[in-house]
Design a protein around this ligand. Structure first.
Ligand SMILES: Cc1cc2nc3c(=O)[nH]c(=O)nc-3n(C[C@H](O)[C@H](O)[C@H](O)COP(=O)(O)OP(=O)(O)OC[C@H]3O[C@@H](n4cnc5c(N)ncnc54)[C@H](O)[C@@H]3O)c2cc1C
Length: 400
């Protein structure tokens, strides 16, 4: 009898952690991992590359560090869609690949919510090419100011005041004094503006913690503007507050207002909302027991409020442990177990040695929170890449 084939799509937090756990179980199956790049990216650190405080190579490591070639074949290609009826993956370059069991962990994409101009003119913090683009763009704007003295080049607008926005603004405001010096700009001429529809920033935190974050950023020069981004054209960001339409002239516009699951989900015909599928308790897809979906492409309902849990690396990693167990159980013909989420807290970085968050019901801020954030990042490196990867790529800059 031929062995069953398990295919894992995506080598991010969910997919690569599932592979690692599954390889340790030595299932009687052929394993195939698919990813568009040959590296794993620590997505939770993308904002550092966007702001220019970390190089892209500092937040990535080769997928082959995790792949056990005796058990797993790695295919580097972009998935176009899943042919569920034919049980095949359709790629951009490779011929179709059949599967017996499939795990989809293809992560997120930026969501424009239909706002005019966002897909064409906004930049997003979503992957290595996108953050390298932001970093280069900011440099080009400052260099352009040296040529024409047009102050539009000196304004950065961030749409959205959520987690990614705050982490990026924290890094950027640390970095701006150096950039100003490099391009001989008086730092008071640089403007950083954050637009958000409500005064309640960072809804995942309690008010004292969220207010700590906005106060810190405001002290570093960020101006918070209440309004809903309405339209974006090159050099202009239009926003609306109640009935008033205003415009900001800005050379840089970064959209952090929302994310959706991978477009592969919609292209594959799953019942979904914004690229996310409501999965069963055991992470399988209703009507497709041979397919599991985890991470940002999945929606798991929080029994406490009936709403989906927020999409985070924390939940993707925990789902991965359950998915690996369930894939192995499928091969062995055993029953699957339900996924149970254990929330461990959230810490949001505010740049160098500053952060804020809630961990085990306690508020933390400043240096202790930043220390905790680095420990969380190192732990995630160990969980997926192993100790060697953590020693090479971990965060040990506790004093600067
Ligand atoms: C700036 C930032 C900061 C964040 N901070 C935190 C934090 O502090 N804590 C937290 O818990 N969460 C945080 N998050 C959220 C977290 O990064 C995501 O929830 C997490 O990455 C989701 O994991 P995943 O496995 O679903 O997908 P990902 O980790 O995004 O992995 C998806 C993988 O699929 C690959 N892929 C995508 N499309 C295709 C395709 N068509 N074909 C082939 N391969 C493809 C990608 O290359 C990638 O390797 C942050 C996100 C951002 C952007």
């Amino acid at each position: 009898m031929t062995k069953k084939r398990i295919v894992i799509l995506g080598a991010g937090y969910g997919g690569l952690r599932t592979l690692k756990k599954l390889q340790n179980m030595h299932p009687d199956a052929d394993l195939v991992l698919v990813n568009k790049n040959d590296y794993h990216c620590e997505t939770t650190l993308l904002h550092e590359v966007a702001a220019g405080s970390t190089e892209a190579k500092g937040i990535c490591y080769p997928i082959k560090q995790v792949v056990d070639s005796r058990q797993t074949i790695f295919i580097q290609d972009t998935v176009q869609y899943v042919d569920r009826a034919g049980k095949k993956i359709i790629f951009e370059a490779h011929p179709p690949l059949s599967y017996d069991y499939l795990l989809i962990a293809l992560g997120f994409e930026s969501e424009s919510f239909g706002i005019q101009g966002i897909p064409e003119y906004a930049m997003s913090i979503s992957d290595i090419p996108s953050v390298n683009h932001i970093r280069r763009h900011i440099h080009h704007q400052l260099a352009a100011w040296q040529e024409d003295r047009d102050e539009t080049h000196l304004t950065v607008v961030v749409g959205g005041a959520g987690f990614t926005s705050f982490e990026f603004l924290g890094e950027l405001t640390n970095r701006l004094p150096k950039l100003a010096a490099r391009y001989h700009i008086d730092k008071d001429q640089l403007h950083v503006i954050c637009i958000e529809p409500t005064p309640h920033v960072l809804p995942m935190f309690n008010r004292p913690i969220a207010e700590y974050g906005s106060r810190k950023l405001a002290e570093r020069g960020v101006r918070f503007v209440i309004g809903r981004v309405n339209r974006v054209v090159p050099g202009h960001v239009y926003y609306k507050h109640e009935d008033d339409l205003s415009v900001i002239h800005a050379g840089t516009f970064i959209w952090t207002g929302g994310v959706r699951g991978s477009s592969v989900i919609e292209a594959s015909g799953f019942i979904q909302k914004r690229g996310r599928v409501n999965v069963n308790a055991d992470l399988t897809v209703p009507g497709n027991p041979e397919i599991m979906i985890i991470g940002d492409c999945s929606a798991v309902i929080d029994p406490e409020n009936g709403r989906p849990y927020p999409t985070t690396a924390q939940i993707a990693i925990q789902q991965a442990d359950c998915a690996a167990h369930n894939l192995n159980a499928r091969i062995q013909g055993r029953a699957l177990k339900p996924f149970v989420y254990k929330y461990k807290g959230t810490v949001c970085s505010l740049g160098r040695n500053d952060a804020m968050g809630q961990v085990m019901g306690k508020n933390i801020k400043g240096y202790p929170a930043s220390f905790m954030k680095k420990m969380i990042e190192n732990r995630s490196l160990v969980k997926i890449g192993g100790v060697e990867t953590m020693l090479k790529k971990g965060r040990f800059d506790f004093l600067n």
